[in-house]
Design a protein around this ligand. Structure first.
Ligand code: SF4
Ligand code: SF4
Length: 190
């Protein structure tokens, strides 16, 4: 008797097991036929790092915040005495994608919006350059809006950004002038 019971019990495991894939057979497929199809990435997705150089003030806070020191920055003084990036490289081979550098960036020029397609054939290509020297005096820098641009254009964009910030800043409260009549009189000594 127990053998018959066991037989039926075991036989039931087959339809039970098949019920699981059967349930998903009629549901909408979640598979994406990459690379023909691509999923939309969410707004806060941590992708590859990009630096919008016109916004970068070369403060090096990102490099200091990086736990593996994979950000290399070199700066020089421009004609207007402000620092400009001479080198801004991120070594993706050692990057942890922790996002600490983006959190440290005061101007939000550094972000993780570079997507997820970073495969290359050579390991050396995994160093992302955001400033490229073309000649002794000419640099090309990366801008999120305009792509690779000469440094002069980056300066223009930086000053536009500065103007926008000034315009958006709340007006400073006017310094109150003391009213002489409201001042407390110092009692004269008798
Ligand atoms: S994401 Fe993390 S590891 Fe990568 S560069 Fe930024 S701080 Fe460094
Ligand atoms: S923290 Fe931001 S502004 Fe400062 S050097 Fe890094 S990317 Fe540039």
């Amino acid at each position: 008797m127990t053998k018959i019971m066991k037989f039926f019990k075991d036989a039931l495991t087959l339809p039970k097991g098949m019920a699981v894939p059967f349930k998903y057979m009629f549901q909408k497929t979640a598979t994406v036929q990459y690379p023909e199809e691509r999923k939309n990435i969410t707004e806060r997705f941590r992708g590859l790092l990009i630096n919008d150089v016109p916004k970068c003030i070369v403060c090096e806070l990102c490099a200091k915040a990086c736990p593996v020191q994979c950000i290399k920055i070199q700066k020089i003084r421009g004609d207007d005495k402000k620092f400009i990036a001479h080198q801004f490289d991120i070594d993706i081979t050692t990057c942890l994608f922790c996002g600490l550098c983006t959190e440290a960036c005061p101007t939000r020029s550094l972000s993780m919006e570079g997507g997820y397609e970073g495969s290359v054939y050579q390991k050396e290509e995994l160093v992302a350059h955001f400033v490229v020297q073309q000649s002794e005096t000419e640099f090309m820098v990366y801008s999120k809006e305009e792509g690779w641009i000469p440094y002069i254009r980056a300066k223009e964009l930086a000053s536009i950004e500065e103007e926008k910030k000034k315009a958006a800043a709340p007006p400073k409260p006017a310094a109150s002038t003391p009213n002489p009549s409201s001042q407390t009189e110092i009692p004269k000594e008798k």
